[in-house]
Design a protein around this ligand. Sequence first.
Ligand code: XMP
Length: 318
Amino acid sequence: SWNLSGWVDQMTSEIAAKVGGDRVVCGLSGGVDSTVAAVLTSRAVGDRLECIFVNNGLLRKDEARSVLDLYREKLKLKVHYVDASQTFLSRLEGVVEPERKRKIIGETFVRVFEAKAAEIGGAQWLLQGTLYPDVIESGFKGKGASVIKTHHNVGGLPDDIAFGLLEPLRDLFKDEVRAIGALMDVPGAILGRHPFPGPGLAVRCLGEVSPGRLDVLREADAIFAEEIVAAGLYDRMWQAFCVLLPVRTVGVMGDVRTYAEAVVLRAVHSQDGMTADWVRLSPELLDRVSRRICNEVEGVNRVVLDVTSKPPATIEWE
Ligand code: XMP
């Protein structure tokens, strides 16, 4: 019968045997899969695992710092931090079309990751947090199925890469990965985290992805998240986040006319992200969030609520 700690022990020795005295690189995203894969592998190869965390300038408020702290202090991983914000943001300048955003971000990630891996040098293996559903899904690709969105994950690297591939989680489902993570003392802050798309805030900042608009979105999103946590609701939903619309509307602040952008609140329940139902948040909570965003975030004078399920909408707006 399937037993978690038995699986961990066996996989640890399999990785150790496969890798021998070689070195391994991996991309960390702050998400469950890459983190659990890295912690497992570090048990097998110690600091011959070189982790790379890329800041693409599209992360949430304080995310880079808090995730790095967790990785280094709590999980004792060897992490190389690359701040590539400028590269990503300059390539995104003037781009508004969602699939173009995704393509640019995916390509830039590969380039930045490869450059850092080359700089570290000497690694023979690439570790990826691929899960069973990812394996299944990519098996269906290219069979004429229409692409709704190109999903990018950290580590979506090309086939011709000069590494052997390590995918220790490829027979597992998400809940199994979470259980293994918990067994290996991966903090709840990572295991229970809401999903966050690889292209990050770029696909929540509708229209142009400028540094100023990203800051507005970050502040609004942090307020919504804070209130969701304070209300004890964070662990009871799939996702909650803000979207910034490229639409300006008229408002009044004191007795001064304002003409500023609108923020959407998006919160959904879901089992697997394939379908979703919007969360019936209380009017009191919505009121508090709306007031705080308009008062505390400069550049926003209107807050609206997304009451669409999936289908017909998708969870993200792009
Ligand atoms: P949609 O918007 O397609 O999202 O209903 C379903 C789930 O997937 C997440 N998502 C992504 N995750 N890269 C990712 O790693 C992406 O490009 C991406 N786009 C959407 C989304 O947050 C939701 O949980």
